[in-house]
Design a binder for this molecule. Structure first.
Ligand code: MOS
Length: 749
């Protein structure tokens, strides 16, 4: 089709439901006889619970039950029984024993008739802690023991570093960052006999169901997880966290539906965060700017209840061509809630040191930073042995398109050399990348005799536009208009679909939607040929008998060699055969041979301008441009929105975001929106985004790779580079702080 709906700018099909308030988020599900669960969270970082005094609370009005480790059977640990999709946020179930491992850990749950009654009673529970000393800061923790979690080498790094004529050796720090989606974590758990329904806000209904089955010890066919809408997740909702289990056991105890909401303050302790990373980056290069050596060593705290690894070094091993590369990552367990993936895990924090060090190297070599990147361009993925070709890589074009559009050639490289209206202007650029994953999915497509279609899958739309791409594919293959296509997601009882993670859903589901649609079209065609009242009934039609001779276009079944207008609407075929509907399922999975033959990644170039006004100590981002090579973009409107939203998040990462913990017990000190700053409208200039579109047919037949995370990848390093260019201050510890810029202001005359 010349005017294909694939690749068009399509308004989200779920938009009207959201803006009218009709969309049901987790807590919006109206259940009869609801009770309210309020967790009690530990106020110490490490302790043994010597006792929990609940007498007073239990007598308070409306209190139905108080649960804690002393009166519930221990839950099971997630076992990973299922081949995939079986991962909890932390492996230790709540109330497992009398130990407290981190500040904010749930130690009790009060269930009452109303939220206020539960809150009031929770405040009267007295927990007797026998505190242990807690280790909260990396600097206070014992040196990591044992082999590193990640260890990578190629070539001879040590020797190459010694002999390299130009060297960079710096340590960069990303602070802990906390996911702050608008919709906080929440669960309603409702038992009907031995059947459990969980109304959740989750990035993975299928995974959630598996984990709940394992940890509650309830057969999986008795659990349903419902999550039709999600007020975003950013990775924080990839895996189930303890509150969901508490809702389930609370509801079982009181025999009523129980609603548990994680408050904004508890969002900072019990549902994951991006961990701090302390990253030493060493680069060695020749005088003309060829990298001869890269070494990237990472220290990362994790919790005592999980072993989450924020894999920062993977990107270092593949982004540039370099013969000698070494990388390692060590975990340091401390008394803190467990970390978890946050948009662009590993790569986003890993790119900050790599791209910052590349800029420092460019300055030392007196080379344009873009030219330095082109000199070290990786034509193939050297992280593999033997090296692998990329499935498709147009990064060079991203750099060039971006530089032209930006006017990069106008840049004067000296720090403080660009000024405008009394402000010092800085320009920075960085590379962005994200791996292009694809998983398996089953999709069901139904054509109804009323002329509508329905596509369903147990995946979910976390705000990215997943509903809409399902409808686009069904519409593309049938010609049924988008508004007549219903998409049903966010229900674990539907055919198994993927977790919304790793920017993989689009690449994963498109082939399944396509095949299922083709499957049901084939069924309608078969009916058209077999139904005596159909104009295409085989005995009426000398060409009949062979399904390939009919086609479906513009919602009509017609002879393949005739225009659609010559045929009949598909619903007429169904009605003639007295069929209310026909459906078809399709399960698709990536081809493992193809996956191993190629290295599939998306790429991008990001350009940032900052303006520093030294008179009033104001730093702002004044321009941002992102050029992305992510294969074919299925929905231009939602795609652009994904990238620009990620850039907003990146500006927050660059100049605002940091979770501050009390060094005595890891109590998050800025656990609210007044003190934990994210970028808001006033911080955001005009943003632009360009897609360099080359369909990547090795990933799927649509040529689409994911775009959820890549837009964040290069923002912070480009921003730090722009800050250096404007002010002469090199920020190696995020976020950029005005204090540092003020203290060093004299650097630029
Ligand atoms: Mo993403 S951190 O896989 O939601």
């Amino acid at each position: 089709m010349s005017t294909s709906i694939i690749g068009a700018s399509v308004t989200r099909v779920d938009g009207p439901l959201k803006v009218t308030g009709a969309a049901r988020y987790a807590l919006d599900h109206p259940l009869e006889n609801m009770a309210f669960g309020v967790p009690v969270a530990s106020t110490v970082g490490s302790a043994r619970i010597a006792g929990i005094e609940t007498t007073e609370a239990a007598r308070m009005p409306g209190v139905l039950a108080i649960l804690h480790h002393g009166n519930v059977d221990p839950l099971f640990r997630p076992a990973g029984h299922f081949e995939q999709n079986s991962r909890a946020g932390e492996v230790r179930p709540p109330f497992e024993d009398d130990q407290v491992y981190y500040y904010g850990q749930f130690v009790a749950l009060v269930v009452a008739n109303t939220l206020e009654q539960a809150q009031a009673a929770a405040a009267r529970i007295h927990v007797d802690y026998q505190p242990h000393s807690s280790v909260v800061e990396l600097s206070a923790a014992p040196a990591p023991q044992g082999p590193p979690r990640i260890h990578y080498t190629r070539g001879d790094a040590a020797e190459a570093f010694d002999s390299a004529p130009v060297k960079i050796d710096q340590t960069y720090t990303i602070p802990p960052e906390t996911h702050n989606p608008m919709e906080m974590h929440a669960t309603i758990a409702a038992w009907d006999g031995d059947q459990l329904t969980l109304y959740e806000t989750t990035q993975g209904v299928v995974n959630h169901r598996h984990v709940m089955s394992e940890m509650l010890g309830v057969p999986i066919d008795r659990i349903t997880v419902i999550s039709p809408f999600c007020g975003s997740g950013f990775g924080g909702k990839l895996f189930p966290w303890p509150h969901s289990l508490l809702a389930a056991i609370g509801a079982r105890r009181v025999q009523r539906p129980v609603k548990v909401q994680v408050t904004r303050a508890l969002m900072f302790t019990t549902v994951g965060h991006r961990p701090l990373t302390q990253q030493r980056m060493r680069l060695g290069a020749t005088q003309d700017g060829k990298l001869v050596f890269i070494q990237h060593d990472v220290l990362q705290p994790t919790s005592l209840v999980d072993t989450y690894v924020e894999g920062c070094t993977g990107v270092t091993t593949m982004l540039y061509s370099c013969a000698n590369v070494a990388a390692s990552q060590q975990l340091v367990p401390i008394n803190i809630g467990t970390p978890t993936p946050m948009r662009g895990p590993g790569i986003v924090p890993g790119l900050f040191p790599l791209e910052s060090a590349m800029d420092e190297l460019a300055i030392q070599l007196n080379l344009d930073p873009l030219e330095l990147r082109l000199k070290n361009y990786a034509e193939q993925d050297e992280s593999y042995n033997p090296v692998r070709p990329f499935s498709s890589k147009r990064l060079r074009e991203c750099y060039q398109t971006g530089a032209e559009k930006w006017g990069w050639s106008q840049r004067t490289p000296q720090m403080g050399s660009m000024r405008r209206n009394g402000e010092m202007i800085g320009w920075g650029m960085a590379t962005a990348t994200w791996h292009a994953g694809r998983g398996s999915a089953t999709v069901r497509v139904r054509l109804n005799a009323d002329g509508t279609a329905r596509a369903s899958c147990a995946t979910q739309d976390i705000g990215t536009g997943t509903y809409t791409i399902f409808a686009q594919v069904v519409s593309e293959k049938t010609g049924i208009p988008i508004e007549k296509i219903q998409v049903v997601l966010g229900d674990s009882s539907l055919p198994d679909g993927p977790t919304s993670g790793g920017s993989t859903v689009t690449a994963t589901v498109l082939p399944a939607v396509s095949q299922a649609t083709q499957g049901v079209v084939d069924r309608v065609i078969a009916v058209a040929q077999q139904s005596p009242v159909s104009p295409f009934y085989a005995s009426n039609n000398t060409a009949g008998g062979d399904p390939s001779k009919l086609a479906m276009t513009a919602g009509r079944i017609h002879a393949a060699d005739q225009p659609p207008a010559s045929g009949v609407p598909f619903q007429q075929i169904l009605a003639g055969a007295r069929l209310a509907a026909l459906d078809a399922d399709a399960r698709t999975a990536p081809d493992p041979a193809e996956m191993h033959q190629f290295s599939a990644h998306s790429f991008g170039a990001q350009f940032i301008e900052v303006a520093w006004d030294p008179d009033i100590a104001r730093l702002r981002v004044s321009r941002a441009l992102t050029v992305i090579d992510a294969g074919r973009i299925i929905n231009k409107k939602a795609g652009r929105n994904q990238i620009l939203g990620a850039v907003v998040m990146g500006i927050g990462m660059g100049i605002f975001e940091e979770t501050l913990y009390d060094p005595r017990n890891a109590k998050p000190l800025n656990n609210n929106f007044a003190d934990y700053l994210v970028a808001t409208n006033a911080d955001i200039p005009d943003l632009d985004c360009i897609f360099v579109e080359y369909p990547d047919l090795h990933v799927n037949e649509y040529g689409a790779r994911g775009i959820g995370e890549i837009g964040l990848a290069g923002v912070a390093p480009a921003l730090a580079m722009a800050v250096w260019h404007a002010t002469g201050v090199r920020v190696r510890k995020l976020p950029v702080r005005l204090e540092e810029l003020m203290a060093a202001e004299r650097k630029v005359a």
